[in-house]
Design a protein around this ligand. Structure first.
Ligand code: ATP
Length: 256
């Protein structure tokens, strides 16, 4: 029996008169790669923003790992185990790759602000542990060779991986990736697919937005399709791919 990790029901998000999410419900099981597809403006990123506390939903319910996260603030969401990356890369451009990951890791640190100012032994030890973990994560995503480069000087593919490492630094149970393959060449996309499979095999559930239909069909366990803020289909890739509503709204001829 699949174990439910995330469950939303009846989520409504309005921007003035625009209903960006219209009564959306879905369940993500522990250990799966769950895909979200749909045309531009369908509400995919809005849903991510609701799930990570950046947007307050108007209606609905949201539980994660048994906790009520409806209208929870971003730091509460992260603390509960949801991490994300952004469609438009949001790294600290002037910091090194290593420092970027260390920032992500600080959320799990215990010494606190006073300890950081006083540079207590405990703080120093913790700082070393954070740095060691950051190195480990850079190795994990395959970019430790550029650990000391500033983020802004990294290639696009490396920046995407760095964002993933930074998100993983918060030790998430659910990793939400918003178009991680956007702008990547086929080689980088294939490598990214392997990385996502590895992350899932290591026990992290993945929620993924992507327009690369081939990638999604080959990687996801289940896929939901949004169109004009409504979920119009959900299921295993094979079923979603052949759903006439999905073909009409999104897949069309171009993706076949
Ligand atoms: N902060 C906001 N204020 C007003 N309208 C918004 C806001 N964010 C999103 N919208 C609107 O909500 C709708 C859904 O947008 P959203 O970005 O979630 O779509 P999407 O499916 O992620 O699209 P894309 O594939 O282009 O990223 C769009 O009509 C968009 O203009």
């Amino acid at each position: 029996m699949a174990e439910t990790l995330l469950k939303i029901e009846g989520i409504v998000k309005r921007f003035g008169g625009l209903v960006a999410l219209n009564n959306v419900g879905l369940t993500i099981n522990k250990g799966e790669i769950y895909g979200l597809i749909g045309p531009n403006g369908a509400g995919k990123t809005t849903l991510f923003n609701v799930l990570t506390g950046l947007y307050m939903p108007n209606e609905g319910s949201f539980t994660f790992a048994g906790k009520d996260l409806f209208r929870a603030k971003p730091h509460v969401v992260v603390g509960t185990g949801i991490a994300r990356t952004f469609q438009n890369i949001r790294l600290f451009a002037e910091m090194t790759a290593l420092e970027n990951v260390m920032v992500g890791r600080h959320i799990r640190s215990k010494a606190g602000a006073l300890g950081a100012v006083l540079r207590t032994k405990r703080t120093r030890e913790e700082e070393q542990a954070i740095e060691a973990k950051a190195w480990e994560l850079l190795e994990y995503v395959g970019i430790s060779s550029v650990a000391d480069e500033r983020a802004r000087n990294l290639s696009y593919g490396h920046q995407r991986r760095l964002e993933i490492a930074r998100a993983l630094a918060t030790e998430p149970t659910l990793l939400a990736l918003d178009e991680p393959a956007a702008g990547m060449n086929p080689r980088e996309t294939a490598d990214l697919k392997d990385l996502m499979a590895k992350i899932r095999n290591d026990g992290v559930t993945i929620l993924l937005i992507e327009h690369d239909v081939k990638l999604m069909m080959g990687l996801c366990d289940r896929i939901a399709v949004l169109d004009y803020g409504k979920k119009i289909a959900e299921g295993v890739p094979e079923v979603v791919r052949n759903d006439p509503k999905v073909i009409e709204a999104y897949l069309g001829v171009a993706h076949e």
